[in-house]
Write a protein that binds this ligand. Sequence first.
Ligand code: HOZ
Length: 427
Amino acid sequence: MDYSRSVHFFQEAQKFIPGGVNSPVRAFKSVGTDPLFIKNASGPRIYDVDGNEFIDYVGSWGPMILGHCHPKVISAVKSAVDNGCSFGAPTELEITLAEMVIKAVPSIEMVRMVSSGTEATMSAIRLARGFTGRDKILKFSGCYHGHSDSLLVKAGSGAATFGVPDSPGVPQDFAKLTLTATYNDLESVQTLVAENKNEVSCIIVEPIAGNMGTVPPKDGFLEGLRKLCAEEGIVLIFDEVMSGFRVAYGGAQELYGVTPDMTTLGKIIGGGLPVGAFGGKKEIMSLLSPSGGVYQAGTLSGNPLAMTAGIETLKLLQSEGFYQNLEEKSAYVASGIAQAAKDAGFPIYSTRVGSMFCAFFSKEPVYDWTSAAACDTKAFAKYFRLMLDAGIYLAPSQFETAFVSIAHSTDDLDKTIAAAAKAFKSL
Ligand code: HOZ
């Protein structure tokens, strides 16, 4: 494939933008090639500036569950634009989306809209601290909750990909307030909570870890966190920025039947426009300014275009059989790739929850950051490049999740499996 225009644009971009990108993983650094510059996308496909076509499993890192450019979403956004792009004042659209979210997500009684997942998690933590009057927070290594100071400690996603899970620039005094436990290891949580009795405000967790690859929770892990938080007066926050409306309409909490005190959302609820949200119990949410004293604000919060795209997307997700259909497509492609690896004598550890999946380049099970970090990232990088050349666009890191959309056809999935089979044979 000819990538010459992308190569040229990347050189230009590096003159003006740090590292040439506005978000680190996009630079393709860990897979040893240059990033693609994208021109447009449609359904399950994405097209670069050289005119190459790819079947897309990044889906803008999660939001595009309907595929790109769903006609109903696009037409609703086009009409919304005619009314104005932003008012910095309330609109009816915000009530509509808030009601839809509250109806869908078991833990949410009230919700506030923000503009990104990072804002959502950062604000949820401030609120949990305000509610409990405690300063410490507990997170899990390999989980990623955006790039705010308290959360860039042993973080996943780009931080893990580039080996800076504890970012320079995060003051030691902030980092000291962040306790880090091992994902899927309840005992590690119990120990930290006991050592910091009455000091932990919240436990924040991705109920399905999606930023160290895809790591499902072990049986009893989420239930154990729920029980511990209830006993210790700790606010349990599920970060469902990735899994919300993705693995089920009500997110991972619906799927596993565990209800946190607060939930953070993003991605799908903005239908591809910048959005985030955090919500939970009324008694906690009411402490938020202006009804309470915990401050949080945003010029573009509840933006009418983002609200419109979110509302239309959520409407479409409620169509009969949507999640069943997505489940079948996802099971087909993930198991097809795992089988192709096995047939080629190149074992991988395959994980999947709904339309989130990952091919870990490991012979051993992956259930936490240590087991994820042991993967053969060099082999993954080669696999990534082979897949790209075969027209399959995967996330450019072993420590990310692949997303299937409802727009992927059986033919697309078969092409993906065939490309993977060829790639595994030449590894
Ligand atoms: N944090 C995202 C991956 N988990 C990457 C976002 C982006 O580069 O757009």
